[in-house]
Design a protein around this ligand. Sequence first.
Ligand code: FMN
Length: 252
Amino acid sequence: MSKYDQQRNFLKSNFSEFKKIKTDAMRGISQPPKVKPYDNNSQLIDLPMVDEKTLINKNIYTCIKERRSTRFYSDKTISLDELSYLLWATQGITSTNKAGITFRTVPCSGATHTFESYLLIRNVENLIQGVYRYLPVEHKLLFMFEIDELENKIDEITLDQPFVPNFANKAAVLFIWSTTPYRSEWKYDITAHKKILIDIGHVCQNLYLASETINAGTCAIGIYDQNRIDQLLGLNKEEEFVIYLAAVGKKQ
Ligand SMILES: Cc1cc2nc3c(=O)[nH]c(=O)nc-3n(C[C@H](O)[C@H](O)[C@H](O)COP(=O)(O)O)c2cc1C
């Protein structure tokens, strides 16, 4: 067997195998929480209502055409309106059905939405530097903790960047998406994992395009230290772990 076989098989559809499986959903096992619960005593920060007026470039054709992975940023602050808009563009809820299933600004296999958005905030209006989590249902931020030497921490977790060393530590915000795979496994069993990877691509593409509209640039980050980042965010690493990152800053 070639060293690639297993990984290539992961990329293929295993729907015919799936059809023979009784999923946890079919077996009547209760559905896991659709979003990560949080402590009622948490410090929550209201985000401004998303308003089209925040957009500087509204032409989608230009945004698609001009989009590039941006690894050099200006020192300009991202406003809270802009951050609110980027969070909405990536995970914002636009409707909820009777069963409580959320439909968002991004497509997602079976609307399973296995992601949580964490932010390492470095330069956002009125927010102290630190780690935050987005609450999509409330459209609020949950403040998690401050970080000493934020830039060093960002370097440690986005190690060995091939194009521009240490670029992420100049970003205004680092988006960090975790996945809780069981939200999809419950419904899709062995077919969940490929779907999760496709789903997160949609999220990041919306971040790229939404950033273009506010004169900001994004760069996806697939090279990161899994252990360090899961540890920093206090994730249990089996049930929830980081899957993808993206740096965002105003363009120079
Ligand atoms: C899944 C994925 C992972 C990536 N990881 C990194 C990364 O770790 N570091 C980086 O500098 N760029 C990363 N990129 C950005 C790509 O290098 C970039 O998209 C590619 O060079 C094409 O350039 P463009 O986005 O400007 O069209 C990643 C892009 C994708 C889609």
